[in-house]
Design a protein around this ligand. Sequence first.
Ligand SMILES: Cc1ncc(COP(=O)(O)O)c(C=O)c1O
Length: 369
Amino acid sequence: MIPIRSSVLRMEPYQPGKPIDDVKRELGLERVVKLASNENPYGPSPKAVAAVKRVAEKMHLYPDGSAHELKEALSTRIGLPVENLIMGNGSDELIHLIGLVFLNSEQDELIVGDPSFSRYDAAAQIGPSRLVKVPLDSNFVHDLAAMSRAVTEHTRLIIIANPNNPTGTIVRKAEFDRFLADVPTCVLVVLDEAYFEFATGAGDFPNARDYVGAGRNVIGLRTFSKAYGLAGIRIGYGFGPAEVIDAINRVREPFNANSLAQVAAIAALDDEEHVSKTVENNRRGLEFLAGVFVEVGAKPMESFANFMYADLGRPARPVFQALLERGVITRSGHALGNPTCLRVSVGTEEEMQIFAEELRNVMSTAGAR
Ligand SMILES: Cc1ncc(COP(=O)(O)O)c(C=O)c1O
């Protein structure tokens, strides 16, 4: 018997959205649309694709371990020195590394919202350290007052997904400022801004960059997986106080940001047109989805991301299953503690029409009750 850390055996493996080909094969379907992983329905920037093709022939060489050029491009873009930046193999990796670096005993505590992004749980469980889950408020928004009340002498980290996954809701600047003033400066506050590009138009959005620029105990996380459409090539970044970035840099793998991802990200950053088209289409998509949910008697939450969470007012699991059998992959809230909620990503117009039609069918049949 090979001994395995008990904390590892207690961890739940990540459950990804079902892949399209699996659903086609398992259910014998020809037409399957996946609205389950908050990907960019318009794909990557063509400039990113061209850049990847150009460097593909050099994939026998190790990447630039410091991601110098990409960090320079980001530094100019967000106005922070490169010492404050770190790249990750997706922001998932940075969440994992932050857990490894800042949680190092069973007493150490990580505070998160509930429900929020499941990878935060894993960051605490691996230690193992204590995971403190603070329920969202009645509007499905992070309850920052309750989160700051949950802080103890053992709290090391607080992670706030802003916008939150799965709800799409945001915390506002005034609330966040009050919260940050209450949290001891020895606690690192992570603002996970995976959906930043979709939310930044909201006037009172608390931009993590501004807090880092002001030298606060905040680290921001962003990704190229969502608005930039590079989920498959894996690249994300973090920005925070130089000593925090330096610590994470010590534990990361030397070549965690691969060479294709680095050039893709540089090209994608340059293609502002692609991002603004994505954000504009997303705004229209959210309006459409909200209308469809209301039409079937569900309550959609106000979303600042590229997906929508809605309370169906009945168990979501059978609705999720019935949609799946009709070739539409969504996410059911039953595994997230909201058994009547469904999460659906914004897709292309055609994909969303299919979703709308199938949701109407499913919600009007007794089988889904
Ligand atoms: C809130 C949040 N953070 C981080 C991630 C991870 O993104 P990636 O690892 O693709 O950068 C996701 C992905 O869905 C997310 O929803």
